[in-house]
Design a protein around this ligand. Structure first.
Ligand SMILES: [Zn+2]
Length: 278
């Protein structure tokens, strides 16, 4: 009898322990990017409701990312980190840089709020960019408010990041600055489904015409940088378009209501070159 009572107590204790551990892991408010393969574009700002905690403010904010996890050290001591301030006086016109080629089409996609941004994952593998002869396939795109890159020391209202991966696993991010202006109807399908809270991936009913999300002028600035979220992995090919796109103040406010601030401050450029198309 006594033995059974003890056994029962142990069982109850074990159940409570399991429940509390599960509860912690599934707690969405502190969920975060997790990355076993840090160079994976899919994980650049990935889903997944577990993994180390980080945020955009306070003790788990950008100044502390490098101390939070062993895998995050590049956030603190890396030498080629992103974003950066793009000073026009530092731009060097490259004689060899070929114009950016973008091959974006209508595509099926799904949307989620991963706790750090709203991310749209692209299902079709036929969207890509070509950088100096290398093809990078689009995996996902997401948003930051305010912008992460600065132009001549100033942030834009928002920034859109298209995250790509090449066949050999290299990552290329195409950054597009968003400024306040006219309503941008190309984003209506996405904006009508913006998940206010952390969510599971949900398919968008209709295809998105990705080409319409870009500005007309594809002149770009390129540099070697990193993911702008932990683990801040380096060797990322950055391309930032010179021409911004517009969204209405109302559209920007809708995103800002969900993410008042999800940007990493600019990092030291150091000895890196910022190259512009000829
Ligand atoms: Zn980003």
């Amino acid at each position: 009898m006594k033995k059974n009572w003890k056994g029962c107590l142990f069982t109850i204790f074990a159940i409570i322990l399991v429940a509390s551990v599960t509860g912690c892991n599934s707690q969405p408010a502190i969920s975060s990017t997790t990355s076993t393969s840090s160079s994976s574009a899919n994980n650049a700002h990935a889903v997944v409701q577990k993994g180390p905690h980080w945020s955009y403010a306070g003790e788990e904010g950008p100044e502390h990312w490098g101390e939070l996890e062993k895998d995050f050290v590049a956030c603190g001591n890396g030498h080629e980190q992103s974003p950066v301030n793009i000073e026009h006086t530092h731009l060097e016109a490259s004689q060899t840089q070929q114009p950016l080629q973008v091959h974006y089409t209508n595509t099926k996609a799904s949307i989620l709020n991963n706790g750090h941004t709203v991310q749209i994952s692209v299902a079709d593998a036929n969207n890509n960019i070509v950088l100096d002869g290398t093809k990078f396939t689009l995996k996902q795109f997401h948003f930051h408010h305010p912008s992460e890159h600065q132009i001549d020391g100033k942030n834009a209202e928002m920034e859109l990041h298209f995250v790509h991966q090449s066949d050999n696993g290299s990552t290329a991010v195409l950054g597009v600055l968003i400024q306040s202006g006219k309503e941008n109807k190309a984003f209506n399908r996405i904006w009508s489904k913006l998940p206010k809270d952390i969510s599971q991936e949900a398919a968008l009913d209709e295809e998105i015409n990705l080409a319409t999300l870009l500005p007309k002028d594809l002149h770009s600035v390129r540099y070697n940088g990193s993911l702008t979220t932990p683990p801040c992995t380096e060797h990322v090919n950055w391309t930032v378009l010179e021409q911004p796109i517009e969204m209405s103040a109302d559209q920007i406010n809708q995103f800002a209501a969900i993410f008042p601030d999800n940007h990493r401050p600019v990092q030291q450029l150091g000895t890196r070159e910022l190259t512009a198309d000829k």
